[in-house]
Ligand binder design. Structure first.
Ligand SMILES: Cc1cc2nc3c(=O)[nH]c(=O)nc-3n(C[C@H](O)[C@H](O)[C@H](O)COP(=O)(O)O)c2cc1C
Length: 317
């Protein structure tokens, strides 16, 4: 089984990937949060370059993800990524954000399957790297997916990662398993599952229903329980000491990279990480109002020295 880390904008960037791999072992594969391709003729700059800079991703199997509806820019970016040594590029066809969808990007590209096919055919033909796709089922209704899946099946995708919700669902409600099963049955290329796999029982349920599953992408579940992938392989849950060490390494790595914004980054992480504690609300209250690094470190010591761990660290929204 392949376990990969989901792309999560603002959270699973290179700092998180590196520190997490150091503390809990590397996953089989990582996807970068979505990157806008540079204009044709330009290079990736600033924080987008740092995200894919091979020096920041050493030893990890990373697939860069692009968010665009511009085929020329996709192909140009794929060329740059190939030159940096990447061996696959992923296209985001799932982002549900209103502004992204309104511009016809992310899941907005699913609105018109004919246009989607023309776009994908063009990039698959011209990209120097194999193209994988991360998709939702449609915008409003999972009935849209039959046509979308038929489009995918006509194309030489490297892999199709299915997050079986529609745009309108955002991250609410249960993932719709049937269309994932239909994908496994129909696709001539490898398929991956993503959505609400928060513990080993969730994974076991998925495998019982769909024994052909070969790749599970973990997102919020791994943020709430950093030992999740290790546990999937039969390993132990995280101890308090491991969690604290992971926290400290992550905070200090963010301080090096984003300085004063490290507290803000860590508060985003705590939104998920609080689920590792028996009283997530108390954890939330402890970190909610802090602004400065010193106050933050005091709050964190209170959490790690005084608060009980949950019996099972499991994401709950
Ligand atoms: C804060 C946040 C940021 C995300 N950013 C991205 C992204 O950059 N690219 C992408 O394909 N999906 C993105 N996603 C979706 C996740 O990759 C994943 O599909 C989703 O969280 C469902 O998987 P999970 O239930 O295992 O968390 C994001 C989700 C969240 C909550």
């Amino acid at each position: 089984m392949i376990y990969s880390l989901a792309p999560m904008e603002g959270i699973t960037g290179y700092v998180f990937r590196r520190v997490h791999a150091e503390c809990f072992g590397a996953l089989d594969r990582y996807y970068t949060p979505f990157l806008p391709p540079p204009r044709v003729g330009s290079t990736f700059g600033g924080k987008n370059f740092k995200e894919i800079d091979p020096a920041n991703n050493e030893g990890l199997n990373v697939v860069p993800q692009l968010l665009t509806k511009n085929a020329d820019e996709f192909v140009w970016a794929a060329q740059l990524l190939a030159e940096m040594g990447y061996t696959e590029v992923n296209l985001n066809l799932g982002c549900p954000s209103g502004t992204v969808v309104a511009k016809g990007r992310g899941s907005g590209l699913l609105r018109d399957p004919d246009a989607l096919e023309a776009f994908l055919r063009d990039i698959c033909e011209r990209s120097p790297l194999p193209v994988s796709v991360k998709t939702r089922l449609g915008l409003e209704d999972d009935g849209e997916y039959a046509r979308i899946l038929a489009v995918y099946c006509r194309l030489p995708l490297a892999e199709l990662i299915v997050h079986p919700r529609v745009q309108k669902d955002r991250y609410q409600g249960s993932p719709r398993w049937e269309p994932y099963g239909a994908t496994l049955a129909a696709a001539p290329f490898p398929v991956a599952y993503n959505g609400d796999v928060f513990d080993t029982a969730d994974r076991d349920g998925l495998l019982a229903a769909f024994p052909a599953t070969r790749h599970v992408m973990l997102g919020r579940g791994l943020l709430a329980n950093p030992a999740l992938a290790r546990m999937m392989a039969g390993g132990p849950p995280a101890t308090r000491e491991e969690l604290e060490r992971f926290h400290d390494a992550l905070f200090h790595a963010y301080e090096e990279v984003v300085g004063g914004n490290a507290v803000f980054r860590m508060k985003e992480w705590w939104f998920y990480a609080k689920c590792a504690f028996a009283d997530p609300l108390a954890v939330h209250r402890a970190v909610r109002k802090v602004r400065r690094a010193g106050e933050y470190e005091d709050a964190v010591r209170t959490i790690f020295s005084g608060m009980e761990l949950a019996e099972e660290a499991r994401f709950h929204g």
